[in-house]
Design a protein around this ligand. Structure first.
Ligand SMILES: [Mn+2]
Length: 325
């Protein structure tokens, strides 16, 4: 069954004359790495490839190939010649609908992902929820079609794997992740470069924001949860971007003895984003309840139109802009 679907999907890519590849609304190493690996392969077949993104590519991924194909210009989606669009690592149905509304044609929709919350919105879905990364899913599609990734594509796929497994340290890391990584390294992927792009190269200012959040760590014994948070004031005072302080939830989950961790962060557009990590609970259910998504052990959601506020007892709470919760 999987082999049939993998062949069907690959055939659709082969048939496409004007494909557009899409990054998730929230760009991460897995979404970007998978998308660029497919772009690399399509380019090698002589195809014209375009990639649409709603956010600028974070600085840390500038070592990846083909970034010049990425466009923030929504007119990319208006082209009436588009015959295929492919989503990578995207389970966000609101984003999917936004993309659909922007199109002027009705192309074939491919959906390649590994989120348990993926609603299977494609005409052709290849969603493997036990896979450690979308990069591993795409590696499998390549493998089942006898496609050998180039060394550039291999580096892209390794970036996806390393990002989603927090460099092979979190619960998403399975035997297959190590096997695929090994194969990708044989093909020319550069693990030191990839790992460094994900966990290293933090500015002192970004680490100071992490320091502020570390000081605020709090254990909620009743729920068995440890939490902390970052405010807009923290980010603005230290002159850092949101992207620079990303990764704190993964870092804390790696070094802390708590089995469940919540990191709350005020977003630039006036909401509060909750990133959750757990080794003991299926937190994707909670994320889904609040309109978010993710995996069993790593998930999140955003509460729009809200902010973080400290009450008279010193407790920090999420407050709606119209009423307290
Ligand atoms: Mn992923």
């Amino acid at each position: 069954m999987e082999a049939t679907r993998a062949k069907q999907i690959y055939q659709k890519f082969l048939e496409a004359k004007h494909p557009v590849l899409l990054l998730d609304d929230h760009i991460d190493g897995d979404s970007l790495g998978s998308c660029l690996a497919m772009a690399d392969h399509l380019l090698s077949l002589g195809k014209t490839v375009r990639i649409y993104t709603t956010q600028p590519i974070p600085e840390r991924y500038q070592f990846l190939p083909h970034l010049h194909l990425c466009s923030l210009d929504v007119s990319v989606l208006k082209d009436s010649s588009i015959d295929l669009i492919a989503f990578f690592d995207c389970s966000d149905v609101v984003f999917f609908k936004h993309i659909m509304d922007s199109l002027s044609t009705q192309p074939v929709i491919i959906n390649i992902d590994h989120h348990t919350t993926n609603p299977l919105f494609g005409h052709y879905n290849y969603v493997v929820t036990h896979a450690s990364a979308t990069a591993a899913v795409l590696y499998s599609i390549f493998h089942q079609n006898n496609v050998t990734p180039s060394k550039h594509a291999a580096n892209c796929l390794l970036t996806g794997l390393c990002f989603d497994t927090t460099s092979f340290t979190n619960d998403a890391t399975d035997q297959q992740a190590f096997f695929i990584a090994s194969e990708l390294i044989k093909l020319g992927a550069r693990p030191q470069q990839v790992v460094r792009s994900i966990i290293a190269d933090r500015s002192i200012s970004a680490l100071r924001v992490w320091g502020v959040a570390l000081e605020r760590l709090r254990a909620h014994k009743t729920y068995g949860v440890v939490s902390t948070f970052i405010t807009r004031a923290d980010i603005e005072t230290h002159g850092v971007s949101d992207e620079e302080v990303d990764g704190l939830a993964n870092f804390l989950h790696f070094v802390s003895d708590a089995h469940t961790l919540f990191l709350l962060k005020e977003t630039g557009d006036g909401g509060v984003k909750t990133s959750m990590r757990s080794t003991a609970r299926d937190i994707s259910k909670m994320a889904k309840l609040f309109g978010g998504g993710g995996h069993k052990k790593a998930a999140g959601f955003t509460i729009p139109n809200s902010y973080l506020s400290q009450d008279e007892t010193g407790e920090w709470k999420v407050v709606f802009r119209t009423k307290a919760c």
